[in-house]
Design a protein around this ligand. Structure first.
Ligand SMILES: *Cc1c(COP(=O)(O)O)cnc(C)c1O
Length: 391
């Protein structure tokens, strides 16, 4: 876990490492568990709405620059008390992750490639100059919480326990500066399919979600609230989500808070291209996105499906989409992310017209990717260590 003393101001690394009072690392073996006296009743799964129901417990730990990390605690889900001068309320120094625990046919809970979420969370904290975190220890804590909350994971396919690890900046004081204090908390929320029908997108270029050199490539809280007003405007025009464009050439980036792919028939008649924007700093490096690309270039997966897929991470524009559509080559448009997994898009509003995706967007590529990923997540298939048992 290394030496964390470098974050203590005014001490050299040497004297700090020799100092018995050097800040403590986050330590999952120190977990204190206080269980709720009375457990909440489980809710019928049909009534679950994303992020509305929470399991009985949460995990919490705090970081102080002198003391280091507190012993993490499992405690009943409930309000937290913070000083209103904490920098999270003023400057939004907050990061989060989203991942799901699924129940397998063997009765064990599984996470999907959680190491990728943890590496991303470490980078998000670094980008906001928060105290460094150790994702491996946070993953241990997540597994402990999942094991405590097993009864909240619905057995039905497509349902899971959504896990939301969060780090917030708790530096006291209004100074516009990095937070040397932090709080980690981990919430668990039972959840079902995110979109139950194909999604319509409105292509937007007057507002941008992310820009070169910005924070769009990190899961930091500040990226999200500026998208709510354009999202509301899109909803008023009858579209479910925004397709975020960037630049004068109207590059296609992401859809809502999800990655976006199009499936385009190839000129050489050798199957289809599965196209998504490259990770240039404006695109959130999604675990689902990476998994779709990895499957699309995997000969083992090719053997399982009927279409030949060529993954392409490339810059493409709204003009390209309109052209592919008019030539009859645009076959599918897909939204991908932990919440939705892989979902279809049925139309894209652009400059007052709709580009209609054939077959309401439910084509063979999206269907095959979704099925494969869900089979891995729900433990029906072993695949390259992607499903990680919470033991
Ligand atoms: C979380 C997120 C995604 C999807 O990432 P996953 O790791 O697949 O869940 C895509 N775009 C944005 C902006 C996100 O916040």
């Amino acid at each position: 876990m290394g030496n964390r003393t470098s974050i203590v101001s005014g001490r050299t690394a040497d004297s700090a490492s020799a100092d018995p009072a050097s800040p403590a690392a986050l330590d999952a073996s120190k977990l204190n568990i206080t269980l709720a006296k009375k457990l909440k009743p489980l809710q019928p799964i049909e009534t679950l709405r994303f992020g509305q129901t929470f399991a009985d417990h949460m995990i919490i730990a705090t970081y102080d620059p002198e003391i280091g990390w507190s012993a993490p605690e499992v405690k009943p889900y409930g309000p937290i008390t913070l000083d209103p001068q904490c920098s999270c309320f003023q400057y939004g120094g907050n990061v989060f992750e989203g991942m799901k625990a699924y129940l397998g046919p063997d009765g064990k809970a599984r996470l999907f490639r959680p190491d990728m979420n943890m590496r991303r969370m470490e980078k998000s904290c670094a980008r906001l100059a928060l105290p460094p975190i150790d994702g491996d220890v946070i993953l241990e804590l997540i597994k402990r919480l999942v094991n405590i909350e097993m009864r909240w994971i619905p057995k039905e396919s497509g349902y899971s326990l959504y896990i939301r690890p969060t780090v917030i900046a708790t530096r006291p004081g209004l100074g516009v500066t990095a937070s040397d204090h932090a709080m980690l908390y981990i919430l668990a929320s039972p959840t079902g399919p995110y979109f139950t029908k194909p999604v319509s997108l409105l292509a937007v270029s007057e507002n941008v979600r992310a820009w070169p050199g910005g924070t769009g490539g990190h899961k930091v809280a500040g990226n999200y609230s500026p998208s709510f007003l354009p999202q509301r405007t899109a909803a008023e025009k009858g579209y479910d989500q925004i397709l975020w464009l960037f630049g004068d050439d109207r590059r296609v980036t992401e859809a809502g808070a999800m990655n976006f792919f199009v499936v385009v028939k190839r000129d050489d008649d050798d199957g289809v291209d599965l196209i998504t924007a490259p990770l240039d700093g404006t695109i959130l490096p999604g675990v689902t996105r990476a998994s779709c690309l990895a499957l699309a270039s995997d000969p083992e997966f090719h053997e399982e499906i009927s279409v030949r897929i060529h993954p392409q991470e490339m810059i493409y524009t709204m003009h390209d989409i309109a052209k592919w559509s008019s030539e009859g080559k645009l076959l599918e448009a897909l939204i991908v992310g932990t919440a939705v997994i892989v979902g279809p898009c049925n139309r894209i509003g652009y400059e007052g017209k709709d580009i209609v995706i054939p077959g309401a967007g439910t084509g063979p590529v999206g269907t095959a990717l979704r099925k494969k990923i869900l089979d891995i997540q729900e433990g029906r298939t072993e695949w390259k260590g992607w499903g990680v048992v919470c033991s």
